[in-house]
Design a protein around this ligand. Structure first.
Ligand code: HEC
Ligand code: HEC
Ligand code: HEC
Ligand code: HEC
Ligand code: HEC
Ligand code: HEC
Ligand code: HEC
Ligand code: HEC
Ligand code: HEC
Ligand code: HEC
Ligand code: HEC
Ligand code: HEC
Ligand code: HEC
Length: 436
């Protein structure tokens, strides 16, 4: 702006040598070698076309010209005001009409100084459209698809507020959101929390790599949990990372899971994984072969025992559980089971209430489990997932290389076992059995 203010009167001053009188001056400005390109071009502004230069360039007495101090005010002498709506574009509000429009002529429609996005980039950083992935709405439709240029009714000159801008075209997303699903809070808040409306260097015009980095931007605690856990879950490091299990927008499932919780686990655990440290069993087949499902599994809830984001307990268990057949008794080692079951089940030598695993009042959980060394851990008899026997008693338990059989039979008041540990023993809660 500033240079023009001085050059206008200076350059027009030369016309003085040839003409006197303002209309004569105006008529002849364009035919002289001074401004012979004025009023010529593909699109010519009405008053310039007819040579009425002096409507806009006020001549001072000595044939120099007043600098045009307020271009906006000048334009509205003939045009309607354009910044009529509540949110004005800064250069329009400031009356800098000629920053975008050439007051004389132009090769672009509406006397613009450049076409399409190039016009905007006269002032805005072209980095906004320089990302590797450009939003189709920008690439195909240009800036005007979403922004008013002079003034608008909504912030940032947008045609609506918030996500409504996006829903104009992404109406499928709008429908899903109205469809009574669990919505990820940042989605309900603003699509632009994650997506750049213009362009980005990341797929799906996301503000960061979308499978994981984006998530950590807000879920820093998860990053912490994952990096500090000693036992890592292989499910976190598949190609799609977090998105293997979570939908970034919404879901019918709680926790934005991409499918039902157990179905999700079994979608990967339908095969055996072989790792240097051992194998991870094919849980889908294992469960299919065992009709007696443990409570939480019947409820499709694997995460009550396993932390899908990793843990510092073996097998990504949420709470400690002994890894082996034998362990010295310490209730803390069994916190996994005691999240849901009576903690004192193996505490008292004799009881009539704490457990059904008793012979008369002799607590057989106590007998087996509660020893300073070599207590039998729960796994010696129970399967945490499923079994073919009542009370989740296993058929057999790994005893190093041997599959030690349990040989359990339940009766109405007790049961009997013929395990690989000892000969047939019976227990009866009503009439204590006499074993040898
Ligand atoms: C509708 C108003 C208007 C009319 C009509 C008009 N001008 Fe201008 N002219 C301007 C404005 C506004 C500027 C200053 C541009 C700026 O500062 O951004 C300007 C700048 C100029 C300049 C200096 C900058 C440049 O673009 O070279 C010259 C020379 C000029 N006008 C000559 C003329 C001549 C000759 C005519 C008649 C053919 C004419 N103008 C008609 C508004 C007008
Ligand atoms: C002296 C009166 C007058 C002034 C002052 C004036 N204009 Fe115009 N302008 C016109 C006329 C007349 C037209 C042609 C109207 C038409 O074709 O409908 C026009 C057309 C336009 C157009 C539309 C061109 C098109 O292709 O439809 C634009 C943009 C424009 N003027 C911008 C400006 C700007 C910016 C200023 C201030 C620098 C300005 N005008 C000042 C009279 C004026
Ligand atoms: C940031 C750039 C920019 C500024 C600043 C700007 N315009 Fe425009 N103007 C445009 C564009 C782009 C168009 C093309 C039509 C559209 O997209 O609305 C346009 C169209 C016009 C038109 C013709 C169409 C219509 O809406 O009648 C007029 C007249 C006009 N502008 C006048 C002005 C006036 C007067 C000012 C200053 C108060 C101004 N413009 C400031 C970019 C601008
Ligand atoms: C003459 C310079 C100029 C041109 C050309 C220009 N703008 Fe601007 N624009 C500005 C300025 C100055 C601001 C205010 C910046 C700020 O407040 O940070 C602005 C702000 C904006 C804003 C943000 C408004 C807000 O409330 O934060 C949008 C959106 C915008 N411009 C879009 C456009 C589009 C689209 C174009 C092209 C049609 C364009 N601009 C062309 C100078 C310009
Ligand atoms: C699909 C719709 C859409 C298109 C097309 C679009 N924008 Fe935007 N633009 C937006 C939205 C939405 C925002 C607000 C972003 C936010 O709030 O973080 C925005 C914000 C802006 C801002 C303000 C920057 C800021 O950080 O506040 C500018 C400047 C801007 N756009 C310029 C442009 C330009 C230039 C073009 C054309 C190259 C363009 N826009 C095309 C939707 C769009
Ligand atoms: C004017 C229509 C329009 C508007 C408004 C619009 N989009 Fe789009 N968007 C499109 C089109 C067209 C595509 C390409 C669709 C396709 O390829 O299937 C697209 C694709 C996308 C994609 C996928 C990116 C890719 O690379 O394919 C995302 C993410 C997206 N838009 C987000 C948004 C967000 C966020 C908003 C609101 C700020 C928005 N869109 C507003 C038209 C629009
Ligand atoms: C929490 C971050 C986040 C928010 C907020 C968000 N998205 Fe996304 N969006 C993503 C991620 C991540 C992807 C990539 C999905 C993939 O790779 O499967 C994506 C993909 C898309 C796609 C392309 C693929 C598809 O699902 O069609 C569109 C379109 C899209 N988003 C639109 C939107 C709209 C509209 C909103 C606002 C209602 C929105 N997004 C809000 C993270 C987000
Ligand atoms: C812009 C911030 C933001 C980003 C980015 C983000 N989230 Fe969220 N997310 C939240 C907020 C806020 C909540 C609700 C509060 C909470 O549970 O922490 C939430 C909740 C969740 C929930 C729990 C939903 C429920 O039903 O309780 C999951 C799962 C989730 N986000 C996963 C993701 C994943 C996966 C990503 C990456 C694709 C991601 N988030 C990216 C902000 C974000
Ligand atoms: C293997 C599947 C899986 C992967 C991969 C996964 N999650 Fe989860 N996530 C879950 C399950 C299942 C839950 C629900 C746990 C529950 O019910 O307590 C959950 C819950 C969440 C929650 C809600 C809070 C909580 O802990 O219950 C957030 C936030 C979350 N995940 C973020 C992430 C992020 C971020 C990533 C990527 C680093 C990710 N998840 C990867 C399965 C997964
Ligand atoms: C996207 C695929 C995928 C999903 C979904 C998945 N996992 Fe995994 N999981 C794996 C892979 C791969 C391994 C093998 C780990 C390795 O190689 O370190 C694994 C290992 C495990 C292990 C053994 C960990 C160890 O190192 O001892 C357990 C337990 C487990 N997953 C439970 C679950 C549960 C519970 C769910 C559901 C919440 C689930 N997984 C969902 C892929 C998945
Ligand atoms: C009641 C707690 C509990 C529930 C619920 C649970 N698990 Fe486990 N899971 C365990 C325990 C304890 C182990 C370690 C068993 C062992 O070492 O004998 C384990 C081990 C595993 C293993 C490794 C198996 C191996 O030894 O190779 C996988 C895979 C696994 N669970 C998947 C699942 C899946 C999938 C679900 C949901 C269908 C699920 N778990 C539900 C407690 C549970
Ligand atoms: C998340 C809660 C939860 C955890 C953790 C849990 N259980 Fe259970 N358990 C249940 C529910 C609910 C039932 C009742 C339904 C059924 O028979 O499975 C049950 C039943 C049982 C039964 C059969 C009881 C009967 O009356 O038939 C045994 C045995 C058992 N659990 C052992 C264990 C062992 C061993 C552990 C630790 C590895 C454990 N549970 C961890 C919830 C849990
Ligand atoms: C030596 C085998 C054995 C061991 C070790 C064992 N249990 Fe049991 N448990 C049983 C038998 C047998 C029953 C069935 C009792 C009945 O109803 O007849 C049972 C029943 C249960 C029940 C059902 C409620 C009750 O007490 O009757 C729970 C819960 C249970 N056990 C949990 C555990 C937990 C937790 C551990 C490890 C701390 C464990 N058990 C260790 C054999 C064992």
């Amino acid at each position: 702006m500033t240079p023009f203010r001085f050059t206008v009167p200076l350059r027009l001053f030369f016309c003085l040598f040839f003409f006197t009188g303002s209309q004569a001056l105006a008529d002849s400005c364009t035919t002289s070698q001074c401004h012979d390109n004025m009023g010529k071009g593909e699109f010519v502004h009405g008053p310039a076309a007819v040579g009425d230069c002096t409507f806009c360039h006020i001549e001072k007495g000595d044939h120099s010209f007043e600098p045009i101090k307020d271009v906006g005010a000048l334009c509205v002498q003939c045009h309607e005001k354009v910044d009529i709506r509540s949110v004005g574009h800064a250069p329009v509000r400031e009356g800098l009409c000629s920053d975008c429009h050439d007051p004389h002529q132009s090769s672009y429609l509406y006397l613009l100084k450049a076409a399409g996005a190039d016009l905007c980039m006269l002032c805005h950083d072209d980095a906004i459209t320089n990302g590797k992935f450009v939003h189709s709405a920008v690439a195909d439709g240009g800036c005007g698809t979403c922004h008013n240029v002079h003034s608008g009714d909504f912030p940032k000159l947008l045609p609506a507020v918030g996500n409504q801008v996006c829903f104009e075209c992404h109406f499928d997303k709008a429908e899903e959101i109205n469809d009574d699903k669990v919505i990820h809070p940042p989605v309900a808040d603003a699509c632009v929390n994650c997506h750049d409306p213009h362009s980005s260097n990341y797929m799906n015009i996301l503000s960061r790599e979308g499978n994981e980095e984006l998530c950590f931007q807000c879920h820093d605690d998860k990053n912490e949990e994952i990096t500090t856990s000693l036992v890592k879950h292989g499910g976190l490091t598949t190609e799609t990372r977090c998105l293997a299990c979570h939908d970034p927008h919404l879901s019918d499932q709680s926790r934005l899971l991409v499918m039902g919780p157990a179905e999700l686990c079994l979608s990967c655990h339908d095969r055996e994984y072989v790792k240097p440290s051992g194998t991870v069993a094919d849980m889908k087949t294992y469960l299919a072969e065992r009709p007696e499902l443990h409570g939480p599994i019947a409820d499709n809830d694997c995460s009550s025992c396993h932390n899908p984001h990793g843990s510092s307990n073996f097998r990504i268990l949420r709470e400690p559980f002994p890894e082996r057949f034998y362990a010295g008794y310490n209730p803390d080692n069994y916190s996994l089971c005691f999240m849901c079951h009576e903690e004192n089940l193996a505490e008292e030598p004799s009881t009539l209430t704490m457990t059904g695993f008793r012979n008369g009042d002799q607590n057989l959980h106590y007998i087996h489990v509660n020893k300073t060394v070599k207590g039998r851990t729960c796994r010696a008899c129970h399967d945490a997932h499923a079994s073919r026997n009542p009370r989740h008693i296993r058929d057999a338990v790994p005893f190093n290389a041997w599959k030690l059989p349990i040989g359990f039979t339940k009766t109405s008041t007790g049961g009997k076992c013929l395990p690989g540990c000892h000969q047939l023993f019976e227990y009866d809660r009503k009439k204590p059995a006499k074993n040898r």
